[in-house]
Write a protein that binds this ligand. Structure first.
Ligand code: ACO
Length: 455
C-alpha cells in the first residue's frame, strides 16, 4: 500500500482482481513481474516505481529526467499554463483580463492570497508595501562599494542577499506573520534596490522613495528624478510598466521559480532564497534573454540584414534570442499583449527603430520551416526590451525589471511550498557514471595527463 496515496501498487498476476480505474500496468521484462501503479491527475508517483526491483537488495526503479522535461515537482494552485493553446492564468484569471484591468500590486495580492482584494484590502496592502520601500542606509553604503560599471543584476542579487543580515527574524519561516512581513518588505524594497543599482551605474545620487506615488510611479521617480522638486511620471509609461510587471509576475515552475522552491526547501530565509532565484533569472536562457535580444537587434543593425542573420541561426550559429519556450509551443500570450503595449509607449517616446528589425525577424521566422517545425515563437522577452529601451532603460537593466515583479510570484510559490505537507528538502537522485572503488595512488606513481585506473 502506498503510504501517501493509499492505493495498492502491487504485482498483479491475478487476473480476477479488479484494477484501479486510473492506473498503469507495467511489466518488468527483466523479471517478468507485472505491477499496477495508480494514476492521479495524469501522473504516476515516481516513488511508486521503487517497488520494481530485480532483487530484494535492489534500490528500485528510478525515472531519469534531466532538465525536468516531464516531471511535476509540486502541486500548485497559483498559475495555470497551457503551452499548446497559449493560455496563461493567475489563480484562474486570464492574463489578458488582469493586464487590462488590474494594477501590479493588485495582481501581487492575488498571487499571494489566492483572491483579488476588495477595495479596502487593496488600500491596506498598498499602504503596507509603501511602508516598506525604504532601505537601511548601510545597504546604500553596501551598494556604493560596487565598481562603477557593475552589472545591475549582480548588484541586485547581492543586495537582496544582504537584506538577510538585517532581518534576522526572517529565518522563522514557519511563523505566518513573520513570513508575511518579509514578503511585504521584499515587494516594497525591490524597486528601491533596483533603482539604486541603476543610479549607481550612472554615478547619480540615490533618490529616496516617495510613498504618495503608485508602485510604478514611485519606481520611475527613484530612477529618473534629477533636480526638479517633484518628479512627474508620464501616466502612459507608468501604466505600460504596470502591465509589463503584471505579465512578468509569475510563470509556474520555470528555472528561477524552481530555484526558489529548491533553495527554500532547505528552510533558508526568504532573502537568501530570493537572491538565489534572481541569480537563476539572470541567465541568458531565462530572464537574461531580454538583454540579449537587444544585443542581437544591434548586431543585425537593419531590416535588410535579417535574412542573412536567420540563415546564420539555421546553420547552427547561435540562437534567435527571445524565441522559443520550454512550455509555449504555439504563441506566448504575454508577447501578444506586449506588442500592443509597445505601440502605446511609442506614441509617447517615438518609435524605437529596433521594432522594425524585430517585426521583420518575427515575420520571416514564422514563415520558415526551421522555426515552424521546432515550434519556435516570440516569447515574453522578444518585445519587452524594445519597450524598455524606448522608455530610457539601458539593456543591462532589463532583467532587473523582470526580477521586480517576479518577486511576487517567487514568494507566492515559496509560501505555497512551505505550507505543502508533501514537500521536503529538494534532493534529486543521480545515475552515477564514475569509477568503481579504487585505491589511492601516491603522487610520485601517478601518470601525467591521463586517467590512472587501478585494478
Ligand atoms: N533559436 C534557434 N533555435 C532554437 C531556439 C532559438 N531561440 N530555441 C530552441 N531552438 C531549437 C534547438 O536548437 C532545438 O533544435 P534541434 O531539435 O535541431 O536540436 C529545438 O529548437 C528544441 O529546443 P530545445 O533547446 O530543446 O528547447 P528547450 O525547451 O530546452 O529550450 C529555451 C527553451 C531555453 C527557451 C530555448 O528556446 C532558447 O534558448 N531560447 C532563446 C533564449 C530565450 O529567449 N530565453 C527566454 C525564454 S522565456 C523566459 O525565460 C522568460
Amino acid at each position: 500500500m502506498h503510504p501517501e496515496t493509499g492505493y495498492l501498487a502491487h504485482t498483479a498476476p491475478a487476473s480476477d482482481k479488479p484494477l484501479p480505474e486510473e492506473s498503469l500496468t507495467v511489466t518488468d521484462n527483466r523479471t517478468g513481474k507485472t505491477y499496477t501503479i495508480p494514476v492521479s491527475d495524469g501522473t504516476i508517483r515516481a516513488t511508486d516505481l521503487r517497488q520494481i526491483k530485480t532483487a530484494p537488495d535492489d534500490f528500485g526503479l528510478m525515472s531519469y529526467d534531466p532538465a525536468f522535461l516531464n516531471t511535476a515537482s509540486c502541486r500548485s494552485a497559483i498559475t495555470y499554463l497551457d503551452g499548446d493553446k497559449g493560455i496563461l492564468r493567475y489563480r484562474g484569471y486570464p492574463i489578458e483580463q488582469l493586464a487590462e484591468r488590474c494594477s501590479f500590486l493588485e495582481v501581487a495580492y492575488l498571487l499571494l492570497n489566492g483572491e483579488l482584494p476588495t477595495e479596502s484590502e487593496l488600500d491596506d496592502w498598498v499602504r503596507q508595501v509603501s511602508a516598506h520601500t525604504m532601505i537601511h542606509e548601510n545597504i546604500k553604503k553596501f551598494m556604493d562599494g560596487f565598481h562603477y560599471d557593475a552589472h545591475p543584476m549582480g548588484m541586485l542579487i547581492s543586495a537582496v542577499a544582504a537584506l538577510s543580515t538585517y532581518y534576522r527574524e526572517a529565518r522563522n519561516i514557519h511563523e505566518p506573520h513573520i513570513r508575511k512581513l518579509q514578503i511585504t518588505r521584499l515587494i516594497g524594497k525591490m524597486p528601491t534596490l533596483a533603482a539604486h543599482s541603476y543610479r549607481h551605474s550612472l554615478g547619480l545620487p540615490y533618490v529616496y522613495p516617495d510613498n504618495e506615488l503608485s508602485y510604478t510611479k514611485n519606481f520611475m521617480h527613484m530612477l529618473w528624478k534629477k533636480t526638479e522638486p517633484k518628479y512627474s511620471a508620464n501616466p502612459v509609461l507608468a501604466r505600460a510598466l504596470d502591465i509589463l510587471f503584471i505579465l512578468h509576475a509569475d510563470h509556474e515552475q520555470n528555472c528561477s521559480t524552481n530555484t526558489m522552491r529548491a533553495v527554500g526547501s532547505s528552510q533558508a530565509d526568504p532573502y537568501a532564497t530570493t537572491a538565489a532565484a534572481i541569480a537563476a533569472l539572470s541567465g541568458p536562457l531565462h530572464g537574461g534573454a531580454n538583454e540579449e535580444v537587444l544585443r542581437m537587434l544591434d548586431e543585425i543593425g537593419s531590416k535588410d540584414r535579417v535574412p542573412a542573420y536567420i540563415a546564420q541561426i539555421k546553420a547552427g550559429h547561435g540562437k534567435l534570442m527571445g524565441f522559443g519556450h520550454r512550455v509555449y509551443k504555439n504563441y506566448d500570450p504575454r508577447a501578444r499583449i506586449i506588442k500592443r503595449v509597445a505601440e502605446e509607449v511609442f506614441q509617447v517616446t517615438g518609435r524605437n527603430p529596433k521594432l522594425d528589425i524585430a517585426l521583420e525577424l518575427e515575420r520571416i521566422a514564422l514563415e520558415d520551416e526551421f522555426f515552424i517545425r521546432r515550434k519556435l515563437y516570440p516569447n515574453v522577452d522578444f518585445y519587452s526590451g524594445i519597450i524598455y529601451q524606448a522608455m530610457g532603460f539601458s539593456p543591462d537593466m532589463f532583467t532587473v525589471l523582470f526580477a521586480i515583479p517576479r518577486t511576487a510570484g517567487w514568494l507566492a510559490q515559496w509560501q505555497e511550498m512551505l505550507e505543502d505537507g508533501e514537500q521536503k528538502i529538494a534532493r534529486p537522485r543521480q545515475i552515477y557514471t564514475g569509477h568503481e572503488k579504487r585505491d589511492f595512488v601516491r603522487i610520485e606513481e601517478r601518470a601525467p595527463g591521463r586517467m590512472v585506473r587501478v585494478g
